[in-house]
Design a protein around this ligand. Structure first.
Ligand code: NAI
Ligand code: MG
Length: 499
């Protein structure tokens, strides 16, 4: 995909065809590894969103009427195709986002896995029958909403698209996706491949563009009946408010400041490595990154020393060089992450900068891994999502204290803990306010395990069966087997209810 001296151009994918923006405008895609402006992307506006939503609405009746088995087979075919094209897609993702190649490949495999998982689930989502006695039959059906709007961030562009698009399509919805302006390319490729594998024209459209314009128009469009949003808390609030005005459901996945706890009885070597990975994979640009590390005071020095050692060997380079860490996604984001280091000093924390020298790197948005000690949980660096390789480390004494500290956060996405005591593992897991708790392996789980937040981390669930149900509404059908004249109205003693 490296085209020297010639930029790539990409249009919106609407109704199975490529369309330039109606305004004719394009925006630049920048390779954060080099700062190079390497692609020009159609800048979708409200009229492009309107065309995509209408195309989705037109495709919906026949797509939703297809046998679940048929929809499932198409998604399974797409899963195979994604695996076959993994190298091409990963190269594009690396170019657009700065991700090291290995992470990009793993993201593409994860994308394929979403289509495999939900493709396989298509003919297995079954309702219930409800016992009402011999005069009635009552059962439930999972119904698609219609047109689903999917708004995607830049930290896992293709796999976060798949996380929403696969279950939405599987359950019979049609989709309009709006990728992040920093990383639109792989989502467009995903739509093309889906179309080539048999997803009908219009069932999956992608309109790149800016959030305040294209994203907002998608949420406000009268034919959109459900929105899945992943991104920042502030934008999540805007999306939820716009959806509330239209009374449509939203899934919000809004990031966190996830606590990661190392108890004294843990396997310290494994725990330190786990904590290190928990903040440094993808340069910390992961919503569920374990960004607040709580370490029992008896092992605190040992863990900090081990983290410093690991940081000192951490390699940094262009995405294509496949070092441990690539650049941050954009110069703007680097500025935000770096600003927290100044803030940490102002707040009185000790800043330990790690990573191998970066002197010979091209002019990209690189940053270095950082440990912050001398931090208390009320400092801004311990409360705000930095979304970079910056780990705050806080010592604790007792289980009750660390649970209180971990829960003292506006967020509630993920939590991790390391212990060899089974009772403690289950007790603390139950006490933590988080959508998922990982024990003795950060990010334990997969496409099968439901994922989402509480508090400011959002609501609704992605992944697993729960993630599929979020793209449906439950319909109850009840019928009287022996039609008879309408019964008399219930008396006070009658136990039937009229809702
Ligand atoms: P953002 O929330 O503004 O962007 C995410 C998506 O929302 C993008 O596709 C964007 O175009 C769209 N968007 C923006 N404004 C919109 C609007 N008014 N209506 C509809 N859609 C809109 O996030 P941003 O500014 O890129 O990153 C800021 C911070 O958000 C990061 O530093 C990080 O802390 C957090 N974040 C969390 C993510 C997560 O996985 N939960 C992903 C990306 C960012
Ligand atoms: Mg880019």
């Amino acid at each position: 995909m490296t085209v020297v001296g010639q930029r790539l151009t990409r249009d919106a994918f609407i109704g199975g065809e490529w369309h330039a923006a109606r305004s004719g405008r394009r925006f630049a895609s920048i390779d954060p590894s080099t700062g190079e402006h390497f692609a020009d992307i159609a800048e979708g506006g409200a009229d492009d969103i309107d065309a995509a939503v209408r195309s989705a609405a037109a495709a919906f009746p026949s797509w939703s009427a297809r046998k679940p088995l048929d929809r499932g087979r198409i998604l399974l075919k797409l899963a195979e195709r994604l695996n076959a094209e993994a190298e091409m897609l990963a190269a594009l993702e690396t170019r657009d986002s700065g991700k090291p190649t290995d992470i990009a490949v793993s993201d593409v495999r994860g994308t394929a896995r979403y289509f495999e998982y939900y493709g396989g689930l298509a003919d297995k989502l079954q309702g219930e029958t409800i016992p009402l006695g011999e005069d009635y039959v009552s059962y439930t059906r999972y119904e698609p909403f219609g047109v689903v709007g999917v708004i995607i961030p830049w930290n896992g562009p293709i796999q976060q698209a798949a996380r929403s698009v696969a279950p939405a399509l599987m359950t019979g919805n049609a989709v309009v996706a709006k990728p992040a302006e920093q990383t639109p390319l792989t989502c467009l490729e995903l739509a093309r491949l889906a179309f080539e594998c048999g997803v009908p024209a219009g069932a999956f459209n992608v309109v790149p563009g800016f959030g305040e314009v294209a994203g907002a128009a998608l949420v406000e469009h009268p034919l959109v009946s459900k929105v899945a949003f992943t991104g920042s808390v502030d934008t999540g609030r805007l999306v939820a408010s716009a959806a509330a005005k239209r009374l449509i459901p939203v899934t919000l996945e809004l990031g966190g400041k996830s606590p990661h706890i190392i108890f004294a009885d843990a396997d310290i070597e494994a725990a330190a490595k786990g904590a290190w990975l928990g903040i440094n994979v993808n340069a910390g640009q992961i919503c569920s990154a374990g960004s607040r590390l709580f370490v029992h005071s008896s092992v605190y020095d040992e863990v900090v020393a081990r983290l410093q050692e690991l940081n000192s060997t951490l390699t940094i380079g262009p995405g294509e060089a496949n070092c441990f860490m690539g650049p941050l996604v954009s110069a703007e984001h680097k500025q935000k992450v770096d600003s927290y280091l100044g803030l940490a000093e102002q707040e009185g924390a000790a800043v330990h900068v790690g990573g191998q020298p970066m002197a010979d790197l091209p002019p990209g948005s690189y940053t270095r891994p950082v440990l912050l000690t001398g931090v208390s949980n009320d400092m801004r660096v311990a409360r705000e999502e930095i979304f970079g390789p910056v780990l705050v480390i806080i010592p604790f004494e007792t289980d009750d204290e660390v649970v209180a500290l971990a829960n003292d956060s506006e967020y509630g996405l993920a939590a991790g803990l390391w212990t060899t005591d089974l009772s403690r593992a289950h007790r603390v897991a139950a006490q933590l306010q988080a959508g998922q708790v990982f024990v003795n392996e950060y990010w334990a789980g997969g496409v099968e395990t439901p994922f989402g937040g509480v508090k400011n981390s959002g609501y609704g669930r992605e992944k697993g069966v729960a993630g599929a149900l979020d793209y449906t509404y439950l319909k109850t059908v009840t019928l009287r087997l022996h039609p008879h004249p309408r019964p008399a109205p219930p008396t006070q003693n009658d136990d039937s209810e009229l809702d």
